[in-house]
Design a protein around this ligand. Structure first.
Ligand SMILES: Cc1cc2nc3c(=O)[nH]c(=O)nc-3n(C[C@H](O)[C@H](O)[C@H](O)COP(=O)(O)OP(=O)(O)OC[C@H]3O[C@@H](n4cnc5c(N)ncnc54)[C@H](O)[C@@H]3O)c2cc1C
Length: 443
């Protein structure tokens, strides 16, 4: 009667349809997390997400333990580990929540091989508001523009979030890896101090953050573009599935102050951008390595990762808002959205570097780095993406700072006045060069 629930980027107990299905089936349940950095289509995690994963797994294991269960840890390629575990435990059923990137091919192959062996396999919608194939144009094509995508998506009936089980049944207890043996945390050097100060991974902390945001932050969300004001900070929790967008959707339709309520449509549309990026990735599994618009293949971006790129990574470009953002990223593993757009535009346009150089740096340093939103947003800024900002829109970091950080609070937090450097490029001149490069593409 044994079932296996395979946790992936859904490290929660509430609103977990795969877990629910296993419990409904009855009998012993094995709760598995499989650390797979090697299957085809898997993008190995960067340093910041490895840090988050360690803490998220520890929190998840503790929540499971409180309810009488146990989280089994295994490492390796899913197509080796899962069938082995099925044989070891005599499991008759395997359940998981769906994933939508290139690794879904692994799931499809596993479904066939396990079913061929007589094992029941079922997968569930859990990590997006809508399944990518449910929202298409009249011609059945994926949307390329956000506004009609979101108009269609938000009209669809949303799932009701499922409660967390109060108790978890025991089951066979095959040998588990020790989390520490995976060495997910940085040691030499330990650069994670700022991450520890900033974040608390795990489902319980995610739920508290959503409540705090609904009660306090949401009423100011119309000022979300001001980095000193801040936004929900839910993105890494969503990234690891410690909370589902469905839970967020329902909370936004619950009890809120009138001031908070006015900001709900805008906030939910931002959550909708996450779904939009996943739907783009679903249709374009190589989004991180290929221009969504092929016309950009001819763009004369430079691949030079030398001094200017290093100055950008280290927050030493001499452009205060850019340096503030890059230092915030290095210290906290995150950066305010408006500032992400400014630093990305600076790299891709003022420094004329390929967007993939920036995308890879963010992949390694962001705690919310995700397969869809990171390349999707980089391509958006570069102009090569879906519904992208036109290339000729070059953010002026000085104007952006005046507009969105008028008192300089954000910049001063990250770049003390005595650390201001001379700019590594002339903004006006480099902007002209970017526009010339764009004109060459049009020709
Ligand atoms: C160059 C660049 C790279 C980015 N890389 C990532 C990434 O790897 N992972 C990631 O989650 N977001 C990424 N973003 C989008 C956005 O900056 C973050 O989602 C946001 O800053 C997270 O803060 P928050 O949770 O407080 O957002 P809020 O404003 O509170 O928004 C709520 C949620 O909506 C979603 N969201 C908001 N904006 C976007 C967006 N533009 N695209 C997709 N989802 C969005 C996120 O899940 C976010 O948690 C990137 C943006 C840029 C410009």
């Amino acid at each position: 009667m044994t079932s296996i629930v395979w946790f992936r980027d859904d490290l929660r107990l509430a609103d977990h349809p795969a877990l629910h299905a296993a419990l409904d089936r009855g009998g012993p349940v094995v709760l598995l997390y499989l650390f797979d950095q090697e299957s085809p289509g898997i993008r190995p995690l960067g340093g910041a997400t490895l840090w988050w994963l360690h803490h998220s797994l520890r929190a998840h294991a503790a929540e499971i333990h409180k309810r009488g269960g146990r989280l089994l840890l295994r490492r390796g390629s899913a197509e080796d580990v899962l069938p082995t575990l099925v044989a070891e435990t005599g499991a008759e059923a395997v359940f998981w929540n769906r994933r939508y990137g290139a690794s879904r091919e692994v799931d499809a192959r596993l479904t066939s091989t396990l079913r061929a062996d007589g094992v029941e396999v079922a997968s569930f919608a859990a990590n997006l508001l809508v399944e990518p194939w449910e929202v298409t144009t009249a011609a059945g094509e994926p949307y390329q523009v956000f506004t009609p995508f979101w108009r269609a998506a938000r009209e669809r009936p949303m799932r009701e979030p499922l409660p967390a089980p109060r108790e978890l049944p025991g089951g066979p207890a095959p040998a588990s890896d020790d989390l520490a043996s995976w060495e997910l945390l940085p040691t030499r050097p330990d650069w994670a101090e700022g991450l520890r100060e900033t974040w608390e991974p795990g489902e319980a902390a995610a739920a508290r953050r959503l409540e705090a945001f609904a009660d306090e932050g949401l009423a100011d969300y119309h000022r979300r573009d001001e980095p000193a004001i801040g936004t929900s900070n839910l993105s890494p929790h969503l990234r690891f599935g410690e909370i589902s967008p469905t839970q967020i959707w329902h909370r936004m339709h619950g009890d809120l102050s009138p001031a908070a309520r006015t900001n709900v449509p805008k906030f939910l549309s931002e959550v909708g951008w996450r779904d939009f990026n996943w739907s783009i990735l679903y249709a374009n599994p190589d989004l991180a390595t290929r221009n969504y618009r092929a016309a950009y293949d001819a763009f004369p971006w430079s691949w030079d990762r030398g001094l200017e790129v290093e100055a950008w990574q280290q927050g030493r470009t001499g452009i205060p808002l850019v340096d503030a953002g890059m230092r915030e990223l290095w210290r906290t593993g995150s950066m305010h959205n408006r500032v992400r757009m400014v630093v990305a535009s600076f790299l891709v346009k003022n420094l004329l570097r390929h967007w993939r150089i920036g995308e890879e740096w963010f992949w390694d340093t962001l705690v919310d780095a995700d397969e869809a939103s990171n390349p999707g947003n980089w391509q958006w800024v570069a102009g090569s993406g879906a519904d992208a900002a036109p290339y000729f829109r070059v953010f002026n970091p000085e104007l952006q700072a005046r507009k969105f950080d008028p008192d300089g609070h954000y910049v001063r937090d990250w770049v003390p006045a005595e650390e201001l450097l001379a700019p590594i490029v002339d903004l006006a001149e480099s902007r002209r060069q970017a526009l010339d490069a764009f004109a060459s593409l049009k020709r």
